[in-house]
Design a binder for this molecule. Structure first.
Ligand code: 13P
Length: 253
């Protein structure tokens, strides 16, 4: 089964709206005529609208870093699905470990956000991953199964096949420069694939893409992307500069 790789820059809390627009202008021109893998960028909420306008009709997908599950209402500070869709968002990034760690995200809220995203016709990148303590306690697979099954509770097989991407991001490898070894990546991705096959069917499970995230850099991208069941990357720090992001995109082709 041939899955098209997907490389997404998660900008986290970086770049003002003007800086974001400048950046995607450059990216757009450097990616003209680009094929071979899917590319996306995830600016902050305030930059989504202008960046979406800039990317309209381009080969770069707009991604949001979160999504609220209610349609609208008295929920100060939240951003509803239709508001993201209207900006041109194609993928919502859900359940990032920083959201889980600092903002109380749980498997249950991840599941609500995922349902809201699909209901609005957007695709989603669901992030899962173990902490160092969980890995050292031999609980990696158990944690990944729980997070995955919690996120995907009551999600239809059709939505999973057509709109879902999973990002495996070991928490200890995020922003630390400590990239997982290819063996660790292979094992985790194989386990995630097995859970997807169990939730769907082996045939359909094979169609869902699994990104790796955590200290991916131009220097290690080729090696990581060559690992079985690695279908691209979710890139933090190295996605903030056009040169390094382009190098990672080229490694995925
Ligand atoms: P870094 O690439 O900076 O380690 O961040 C990874 C990440 O969290 C992407 O979502």
């Amino acid at each position: 089964m041939k899955r098209v790789k997907i490389v997404v820059g998660n900008w986290k809390c970086h770049k003002t709206p003007s800086e974001s627009v400048e950046f995607v202008k450059e990216l757009k021109s450097r990616l003209q005529g680009h094929t071979g893998c899917e590319v996306g960028v995830g600016p902050t909420f305030t930059a989504l609208y202008p960046v979406g306008k800039e990317l309209s009709g381009s080969n770069i997908a707009l991604c949001s870093q979160n999504i609220f599950w209610e349609k609208q209402g008295a929920f100060t500070g939240e951003v509803a699905p239709a508001m993201l869709k209207d900006c041109g968002v194609k993928y919502t990034i859900i359940g990032h470990s920083e959201r889980r760690q600092y903002f109380g995200e749980t498997d249950e809220t991840v599941n609500k956000r995922l349902k809201a995203s699909f209901a609005e016709g957007m695709s989603a990148i669901v992030c899962i991953g173990e902490t160092l303590a969980q890995r050292e306690a031999g609980k990696t697979n158990e944690v990944l199964s729980t997070q995955l099954k919690g996120a995907l509770a009551d999600i239809s097989g059709a939505d999973m096949v057509s709109r879902l991407v999973i990002a495996y991001e070991p928490v200890w490898a995020i922003g630390t420069g400590k990239v997982a070894t290819t063996d660790q990546v292979r094992e985790a991705h194989a386990h995630i694939r097995a859970v997807l096959n169990e939730l769907l069917t082996p045939e359909l499970g094979e169609t869902v893409r699994i990104q790796y995230g955590g200290s991916v850099k131009p220097e290690n991208a080729t090696e990581i992307f060559a690992v079985e069941n690695v279908d691209g990357g979710l890139i933090g720090g190295a996605a903030l500069k056009a040169d390094s992001f382009m190098a990672i995109i080229n490694a995925a082709k």
